[in-house]
Design a protein around this ligand. Structure first.
Ligand code: AMP
Ligand code: ZN
Ligand code: ZN
Length: 421
């Protein structure tokens, strides 16, 4: 579809959907991959808040963005945490439709807890539903390589990208870039058309020092230098004219402090609940006999002005798209922006807690919005979009790669204003 004029997209898109619904056999016949389709490099800098992008803090990237497309912000899925957001970007599905509903999840059928530091669970396919972009590519004969991406370490749908790496935060920045440039330009049968890159250091500094600290400025300059290095390496490999670079992040960052805390043990006996996720979104399962009591206590406090919102599973606002999965926990408490959920014990044993920054809050806060910049032959120079939801990115990647999408929650029309004709 890469060469079809934009205005015809809606029609073609509807036609394709219509054909797909007619007969599964027809799906294979719809179209061969467009010979003009480009390579795609998807990059995530964890915790890159939308407004970090500026002439002062990221001068190279800011200038680069003028040559392509950028958005006011990329609206994360709820909760605005790392794992649900990277996976939602990869599959184009809201958390309630892809299973990865948090950084910490309990599944009663598996009788298992998922935590981001638990390698066995992170690499277990049962947690991940939907079709990640690397599978969409590989299934249609397009090779993919993932230099880290949430979900890429598990055999989702029983398959993996041609090249993939187990997450290792100690791999140097430039080695990550060199590896994907090599995958994109190997000149053999194993060369990829889709590659992903991921860096966590900006998120780490945002957590440690907050959004405005000199250390966070330094991390942003490191991002800036890496983007310069990457663009130069793409050029040396002769890839610039055939590669679309899509830079995203998973969420933003918000400063937190010890003046803004909510002690959960003031509202419930923590021994009697199964605590799943922590702060600023506490999720828990509670035995039916105790549930109403905890809920009523929290709800009364909320109505009297306590800085949080509490929801039973069935009450979670539909716009958060996190309530329809069997893994959705019994109770969710969402702290107001800047507040931390904690316990009396945690406060007394950590005199400096909380400090720095955190994320996870309601995605409607602009402080939670992530960055989106796209540069390359398929993007109109100096083009611009309002903030949009990150579940649409899958549709964009599929389009750039000239592939047929798997069922997803996104809409390619989101990008009408930034794709070149
Ligand atoms: P958080 O700030 O708690 O939402 O999570 C951010 C952390 O996730 C980063 O510091 C990374 O170290 C970690 N992370 C990112 N990708 C992976 C992965 N594929 N496997 C394990 N940990 C990861
Ligand atoms: Zn993150
Ligand atoms: Zn983080």
């Amino acid at each position: 579809m890469a060469s079809i004029p934009l205005k015809a997209h809606k029609l073609v898109f509807s036609l394709v959907l219509l054909l797909m619904s007619c007969s599964p056999l027809m799906q294979q016949d719809i179209q061969d991959r467009d010979s003009k389709a480009k390579k795609v490099l998807l990059i995530s800098f964890d915790g890159f808040r939308a407004d970090y992008l500026s002439a002062e803090r990221t001068p190279y990237l800011y200038a680069l963005a003028q040559k392509g497309a950028k958005s006011e912000g990329l609206i994360p899925v709820f909760p605005s945490k790392t794992f649900p957001n990277h996976y939602a970007i990869a599959v184009g599905l809201h958390p309630e439709n892809n299973g990865l509903i948090g950084n910490s999840i309990y599944d009663s059928t598996l009788a298992q807890m998922y935590r981001i530091g638990d390698r066995e669970q992170v690499e277990r396919a049962d947690w991940y539903e939907g079709e990640p972009i690397w599978n969409t590519a590989e299934k249609q004969g397009v090779r993919a390589g993932t230099m880290f991406w949430v979900g890429s370490e598990a055999p989702v749908q029983g398959m993996r990208p041609t090249h993939w790496k187990r997450y290792d935060g100690s791999v140097p920045d430039s080695a990550r870039i060199d590896t994907v440039i090599q995958w994109l330009s190997m000149g053999t049968d194993l060369e990829v058309d889709l590659a992903t890159l991921y860096f966590s250091f900006l998120d780490s500094q945002g957590h440690r020092y907050g959004t405005d600290a000199p250390e966070t400025d330094a991390a942003l300059l490191r991002v800036d230098g890496l983007m310069k290095y990457l663009m130069e390496e793409l050029e040396s490999a002769g890839l610039t004219n055939q590669t679309n670079v899509v830079l995203v992040s998973d969420h933003g960052m918000q400063n937190i402090s010890r003046d803004r805390v909510i002690t959960l043990d003031s509202y419930m006996d923590l021994e009697k609940v199964l605590m799943i996720g922590g702060s600023p979104v506490a999720t828990m399962n509670i035995e039916a006999v105790y549930r109403a009591e905890v809920y009523n206590t929290l709800k009364n406090a909320q109505e009297e002005g306590a800085p949080f919102q509490v929801f039973l599973k069935e009450e979670l606002p539909e716009r958060l798209h996190n309530s329809k999965h069997p893994r959705t926990p019994d109770l969710t408490i969402i702290a107001d922006l800047g507040y931390s959920l904690t316990t009396t014990q945690q406060l007394s044993s950590n005199p400096n807690y909380p400090s720095g920054g955190n994320h996870g809050y309601d995605p409607q806060h602009a402080e939670m919005h992530a960055v989106f910049v796209a540069i390359g032959p398929d993007f109109a120079p100096n083009s611009h979009l309002e903030a949009f939801e990150s579940i649409h990115v899958y549709s964009l990647l599929v389009h750039l790669l000239g592939l047929n999408p798997a069922p997803n929650d996104g809409d390619l029309m989101t990008f009408e204003g930034i794709l070149s004709e």
